[in-house]
Design a binder for this molecule. Structure first.
Ligand code: IVH
Length: 758
């Protein structure tokens, strides 16, 4: 039974089994996003989506407490889950800051602090630098280690890279340094340097794409891979983190630009101290003076004030200079200057009571809404999005933003031609806030949601009552949907075909002479069908055909043939990869069928239990629903999918072309679960790099053997496999006294289970 929330809205509870499947999918998505954020400095999703996932997972765990394992992401908030860098324990904990968001709140905080101090205090105001916190440990004036903040107690060792940052001295100037002092500061990248770096990364990406294209990789895949190697940093914080935590042999623009010697684009300002037995000063501002004498860089934006009014004036002043400073700031930090008051005021579990961050609101800019166009995705959803006069906001140029559906367009009240206010939600995803009505001149026009699909003309409709999204119901032949499904077949979570990305999918389904009108013929493609395909090159923004400068004719590409008319390398690579895909794992083949709700997690469960697509197709709803990790919603979806004749035709045609659709030697439905794998019931964490496995393949191997591959170490973890450059997880495993395996031992475990280790 679903509980009701206090606001009377019942929680959506799809039932225990479906909840389990949903929770598993959410956990996987959240862990992937966290790995990318903390491990690769990229944001896979915007903050709101991430928060939505976390919120939904919490809700499911509240309704079904048995779903919450000790390693649930809801119990491990914020701390990095993966790191290739060795852990370093800080001598004194690194705290964070509490926030206020308005002058009134700041005034209240100052008043409260003065009450707690029992007198008026002297304030220090500083810029809140948008960078990455670092802890520099100096012993007798020599830098011993540099570490990131991590979870506040244990950070990552970045000493080697830190020594390349301008402003981090190996030896302190002067004399009489204490035996131990921890200096805390913010590593940042300047605004100009940030732009230069991103331009340089773009150049490296172009070069990498050109290389991959030569090897026959699909253009979109090549672009994605280049973007991973040479990312466009979303904001200066990510760039600073990328620079500080990058592997030294991984050449990105950060190093190349300065000839490998320095990560010269990064800088440091110190903003505090950690362990220090007897600082010979009385005030935080005096700490900065002393650190400066030692050769450490202090910020020019620090001020001391006696009155709260002056602090508030400074808030406004610095706010006005926000975008003209050397580096990005996301607020202003107010601290009590007198050090004697710090221990008196104390701290909470996460932040000191003697400091506070005043956060400036996200940057908003104005631009012109040129048009609202509607695009149709793989599932037929028709999404209006705003096309705007390009404008710079929070560190990058924005041209487009989703408007979600026609109700959102209406609610925002924007007209085509309006001047609109734009910001980046969570400083990543651009969002149109609304129109500047005063700027209207009467030439603006309302957006009208098209009645027909922009790609195939079929009338759009809501699929369920109350659904705000309109969809194109022509799933079978709508070019946008066919293109999307063909692209999905090649995606990483499905058959992982490098040569089959967005661009190739479009060429195969919509180019001149395109051989596919559905995905059914994908595995029958021949070189003769590929060679004649021609694609008109279009402008990425307007969608209009590009014209040749000289002839004025549309520019045409022939991805599958070279000038002489011979097949291109890409054509052969595509056919070879399709051939290989025919015998890939059953679960991948299931995912590639585009069955609603059947992602990698559900597909693995179905594949392992039933062993073949025929067994899945023959199963009843109840048999499907009873499988661990499947449940009613997914079962219904599978049944509904097989009821459609053209879906069954896809399976039949793929099979006739040689797609295996089975696990060889599988003993038949249910046998796998009763017989059990060698890792049945065991939870395994892998940390660090292994020689013979990738991150994905090691997970697959564990799951295939019946085990659970988890992202974080807890008491419930059975084995921790430690590879190259393992991070804090290995240390935690040791602390907890868990069984630690090297790669060779892990292989034994995979082959023969725990007995093989004895
Ligand atoms: S003081 C115990 N001062 O903001 C006080 N922090 O949101 C700890 N930050 O973790 C921090 N500029 O990485 C302080 N002038 C400044 C800062 C600053 C940026 C960062 C710091 C901290 C985070 C909290």
């Amino acid at each position: 039974m679903a509980e009701s929330r206090e606001d009377g809205v019942p929680d959506e509870d799809p039932g225990a089994e479906a909840s389990r499947a949903e929770a598993a999918e959410l956990t996987e998505q959240i862990e992937r996003a966290r790995d990318a954020y903390y491990g690769q400095d990229t944001s896979l999703v915007d903050d709101a989506t991430y928060d939505g996932w976390m919120h939904r997972l919490e809700e499911l765990e509240r309704l079904h407490p048995e779903l919450q394992g000790q390693d649930s992401p809801t119990l491990n908030v914020g701390a990095p889950t993966t790191s290739a860098l060795p852990p370093i324990e800080h001598a004194e904990r690194m705290l964070s800051l509490d926030n206020v968001f308005s002058p009134e709140e700041l005034r209240d905080w100052c008043a409260k602090t003065e009450r707690a101090a029992g007198r008026s205090v002297r304030w220090l105001s500083e810029a809140k630098i948008d960078g990455l916190a670092i802890n520099l440990r100096y012993e007798n004036g020599v830098l011993v280690t540099a570490a990131t903040r991590g979870d506040g107690r244990v950070g990552e060792d970045v000493t080697v890279n830190a020594l390349k940052v301008a402003g981090i001295p190996k030896h302190l100037d002067g004399e009489g340094h204490p035996p131990l002092v921890e200096v805390r500061g913010e590593v940042f990248i300047g605004i100009e340097e940030f732009e230069r770096l991103n331009a340089f990364q773009a150049e490296l990406r172009d070069r990498a794409v050109a290389e991959s294209l030569k090897r026959g990789v699909d253009e979109e895949r090549a672009t994605a891979s280049a973007a991973r190697r040479f990312p466009a940093f979303a904001n200066p914080r990510n760039a600073a983190s990328g620079g500080l935590r990058q592997q030294l042999d991984k050449k990105s623009g950060l190093e190349l630009e300065a000839g490998h010697e320095r990560i010269a684009v990064l800088g440091l300002y110190v903003h505090g101290i950690g362990a220090w037995e007897r600082p010979p000063v009385n005030a935080q501002s005096e700490v900065y003076d002393l650190l400066q004498e030692w050769g450490l860089p202090t910020s020019p934006n620090t001020r001391v004030f006696d009155s709260v009014d002056d602090v508030l004036e400074r808030v406004a002043e610095l706010g006005g200079q926000r975008h003209s400073l050397q580096h990005e700031i996301d607020g202003l930090v107010v601290k009590v200057d007198e050090l004697a008051l710090h221990p008196e005021l104390g701290e909470t579990s996460r932040a000191p009571r003697w400091a506070i961050a005043y956060k400036y609101p996200p940057e908003e800019v104005q631009t012109t809404l040129l048009d609202i166009v509607v695009s149709v995705g793989r599932t037929g959803r028709a999404t209006p999005y705003a096309q705007m006069e390009p404008v710079r906001v929070a560190g990058s140029v924005v041209r487009q933003a989703t408007l979600h559906n026609q109700d959102v367009v209406k609610a925002k009240g924007v007209l085509i031609g309006d001047t609109v206010v734009l910001r980046k939600a969570g400083d990543v995803i651009p969002e149109v806030l609304g129109p500047v009505v005063e700027r209207r001149d009467g030439s603006e026009r309302a957006f009208v949601m098209p009645e027909g699909c922009p790609e195939c003309g079929t009338p759009l409709r809501a699929m369920k009552e109350g659904d705000k999204d309109l969809r194109c119901p022509n799933a079978r032949t709508c070019p946008a949907q066919v293109r999307g499904r063909v692209e999905h077949v090649g995606s990483r979570g499905a058959l992982d075909i490098e040569a089959l990305g967005e661009v190739t999918a479009a060429a195969l389904t919509q180019g001149t002479g395109a051989p596919l009108d559905s995905e059914a013929g994908l595995f029958d493609l021949t070189i003769e069908q590929l060679v004649p395909i021609e694609v008109t090159v279009r402008d990425a923004e307007t969608g209009e055909a590009k014209l040749d400068d000289k002839t004025g004719e549309p520019v045409v590409r022939t991805p599958f043939r070279v000038k002489t008319g011979e097949p291109s390398k890409q054509a052969q690579v595509l056919l070879d990869e399709l051939e290989k895909a025919k015998t890939k794992d059953l679960w991948r083949q299931l995912v590639s069928l585009n069955i609603r709700h059947v992602g990698p997690v559900a597909a693995r469960a179905l594949a392992q239990y039933f062993g073949s697509i025929d067994a899945i197709r023959a199963a009843t709803r109840d048999e499907l629903a009873a499988v661990e990790g499947v449940g009613g919603i997914i079962a219904d979806s599978v049944i509904a999918w097989f009821e459609v004749d053209w879906h069954r035709d896809i399976v039949d045609q793929w099979r006739a072309a040689g797609v295996r659709f089975a696990i060889p030697d599988h003993p038949g439905p249910g046998a796998a679960s009763t017989a059990g794998g060698v890792l049945d019931g065991l939870t395994i964490v892998v940390t660090g790099g292994l020689e013979d496995f990738t991150r994905d393949s090691v997970k697959e191997a564990i799951i295939a053997a019946g085990g659970k591959a988890s992202g974080s170490v807890s008491k419930k973890t059975d084995y921790v496999v430690v590879g190259e450059n393992a991070g804090s997880k290995a240390a935690k495993a040791e602390d907890l006294g868990l069984t630690i395996l090297n790669e060779a031992q892990f292989k034994k475990l995979l082959d023969g289970g725990p007995d093989a280790l004895a």
